[in-house]
Design a binder for this molecule. Structure first.
Ligand code: SAH
Length: 454
C-alpha cells in the first residue's frame, strides 16, 4: 500500500488507542473515529512495516454502534478517543482488549466476566490539568493538549470534567491577562505560569485550585483568590505548585498554600480521606467505589488478617477494605501521599496501620526477610506495572490471596507471567471502566497459589 492511496475497509476491531482497524491487501489499517461494523473508504496517510494508518474519506455504510459526537473539540483534543460510539460498544471493546491482553501476553485463560460500567459517562472526573500557553500573537490559551502535540486547545468546559472547572479556567485566563503575568514558554524556558490543576471531592464538593508556576511567588495572588471564591464558595484551598524544572512533568515537588489548608477531603466507600495536591487520587469516584468493592470481595479479608497494600497512594484501598482489627501495612513512594495515608488511617479509626515511604521493589524484599507474612497483598501499580523483583518477594511471603489492580492490562498480563513462574495463578479477572470515552480501562485480578486452589 502507498501513501495517499484509497482503500475499501470493513472495520472489525478497535485498539486501545481508540483507532478502528480493518484489513486491506493483507495488512492492518488503523483508522481513527471509526466503529466496528463500518464500511468505509479510507485514505492511507502513513505506511509502516506491516501496517498503515488511514483517515476516513467516506463512510459507505455506518455501523449501528455510531453515535453523534457531542463535543466540538473531539477531533482535535487528545483527551477522548471514543466519543463517536455508544457506551455499550465502548464497554464491549474494552472488555475484549483486557481479556485479549491477558490471554495473548499473559497466557491467562479465565472465564470472561462482564466489564463493570462507570455509573457516570460524562463529568465523571474529579481532577483536571490545564496547560497555559501564550501564542505568537500574544493571546493566552488555557485548555487541553491537542492529540500528540503541545498545542493547547482553548476548551474551558470539558464534558469529562465538573461544569464549574470551566469557570476557574476563565478566571485564571482573565487574571493573567489583567495583570500581565508572564506565561511559561517550554522552548525558551522562560515565563512563570505553566498550568492549572483542579481537584474536587466527589461527595464533599470540596475544591482545590492549584496554579502551577516556575516561581514560589505569584503577583496579586489575593486578587486571584478573591475572584475564585466569588464564583465558587466551595473552594476550600488555593495552592501554588512550584515547578521550576525544564520538564514535561506537570507538577513540581513543592507547594505554597495561598488560601485554606492546602488539602481537600473526600468520602469514598463511606470513609474519609485527606488528599494533598501531590498525592494520587482515583479520578472517577463512583466507579472507584465499585472497583474497591470488587477488590475487597476478591481480598476476602478475615478477622485479624494482615494486609499489605503496595502502591497505596493515600491509603484508600487498604483503608476501605480493612476492619478495625486488620493489620494494615501500606507502601507508597510519594511522601505527601504517605503523610495523607497515615492521617487517613487514624481519621477512620484504624489502630493497626503503618505506612512506609519507599518504592515497592525497594522494600518488599526487606519486609519479607524481616518475616512479614501477610494474608493478603494488594498491588495497584502505575501503568508500567511492577518490577519482577517486587513480585518475587511478594510470592516468597506466601500470601493466601493477591489482588492486582491495574490500569494497563498489557503490563498486568506481563506481570501475571512472573507470578505464574512463582506458583501464583490468576483465578479470576474483571475489567472495570473508570475512564469512559477514553481508551483506558482498569482491571482487577485475583491470584492464589496453584498448589492450594487447583
Ligand atoms: N492505590 C492507590 C494509588 C494507586 S496509583 C489508589 O487506589 O488511590 C499508583 C501509586 O503508586 C501512586 O500513588 C504512585 O505515587 C505510587 N508509586 C509509583 N511508583 C511506585 C513504586 N515504585 N513503589 C511504590 N509506589 C509507587
Amino acid at each position: 500500500m502507498k501513501k495517499n492511496e484509497s482503500v475499501l475497509l470493513s472495520i472489525t476491531g478497535i485498539t486501545s488507542e481508540g483507532n478502528g482497524v480493518g484489513r486491506a491487501e493483507g495488512q492492518a489499517v488503523f483508522v481513527p473515529y471509526t466503529a466496528i461494523g463500518d464500511e468505509i473508504r479510507a485514505k492511507i496517510v502513513k505506511v509502516q512495516k506491516g501496517y498503515c494508518y488511514g483517515i476516513v474519506e467516506e463512510v459507505l455504510t455506518p455501523s449501528p454502534d455510531r453515535r453523534e459526537n457531542d463535543c466540538p473539540a473531539f477531533f482535535r483534543c487528545g483527551g477522548c478517543a471514543l466519543r463517536h460510539i455508544t457506551y455499550e460498544s465502548e464497554l464491549a471493546v474494552k472488555e475484549g482488549i483486557v481479556y485479549e491482553n491477558l490471554r495473548r501476553i499473559g497466557g491467562v485463560e479465565t472465564p470472561r466476566l462482564p466489564i463493570l460500567p462507570s455509573p457516570l459517562e460524562n463529568r465523571y472526573r474529579n481532577k483536571g490539568i490545564y496547560p497555559v500557553v501564550r501564542d505568537e500573537a500574544g493571546a493566552i490559551h488555557v485548555g487541553f493538549y491537542a492529540k500528540r502535540s503541545h498545542r493547547v486547545i482553548d476548551q474551558g468546559d470539558c464534558l469529562l470534567q465538573p461544569a464549574c472547572y470551566g469557570k476557574f479556567v476563565r478566571i485564571l485566563k482573565e487574571f493573567l491577562q489583567d495583570y500581565g503575568i508572564s506565561v511559561y514558554d517550554e522552548v525558551s524556558h522562560t515565563g512563570q505560569v505553566r498550568g492549572l490543576f483542579l481537584r474536587m471531592g466527589y461527595r464533599t464538593g470540596e475544591v482545590m485550585v492549584c496554579v502551577i508556576s516556575t516561581q514560589d511567588k505569584l503577583p496579586h495572588r489575593e486578587e486571584l483568590v478573591k475572584r475564585l471564591l466569588a464564583v465558587e464558595p466551595g473552594i476550600c484551598t488555593v495552592v501554588l505548585n512550584v515547578n521550576p524544572e525544564r520538564t514535561n512533568v506537570a507538577l513540581g515537588k513543592r507547594n505554597v498554600v495561598l488560601y485554606g489548608e492546602g488539602v481537600i477531603t473526600d468520602i469514598l466507600c463511606g470513609r474519609r480521606f485527606e488528599i494533598s495536591p501531590l498525592s494520587f487520587y482515583q479520578v472517577n469516584s463512583p466507579a472507584t467505589e465499585q472497583l474497591y468493592q470488587l477488590a475487597a470481595e476478591y481480598a476476602g479479608l478475615q478477622e485479624g488478617d494482615t494486609l499489605l497494600d503496595l502502591y497505596c497512594g493515600i491509603g484508600t484501598i487498604g483503608i476501605t477494605m480493612a476492619g478495625e482489627d486488620t493489620r494494615l501495612i501500606g507502601v507508597e513512594v510519594v511522601p505527601q501521599a504517605v503523610e495523607n495515608a497515615r492521617r487517613n488511617a487514624s481519621l477512620n479509626g484504624l489502630k493497626r496501620a503503618e505506612f512506609y515511604c519507599d518504592t515497592a521493589e525497594g522494600i518488599v524484599g526487606r519486609l519479607e526477610q524481616q518475616g512479614l507474612r501477610p494474608d493478603v497483598v494488594v498491588l495497584d501499580p502505575p501503568r508500567k506495572g511492577c518490577e519482577a523483583s517486587a513480585i518475587e518477594s511478594v510470592c516468597r511471603m506466601g500470601p493466601k490471596r493477591v489482588v492486582y489492580i491495574s490500569c494497563n492490562s498489557a503490563t498486568l498480563a506481563r506481570d501475571c507471567r512472573v507470578f505464574a513462574e512463582k506458583g501464583y495463578g490468576v483465578r479470576k479477572a474483571r475489567p472495570v471502566d473508570l475512564f469512559p470515552r477514553t481508551g483506558h480501562v482498569e482491571c482487577v485480578a485475583l491470584l492464589t497459589r496453584d498448589s492450594v486452589e487447583k
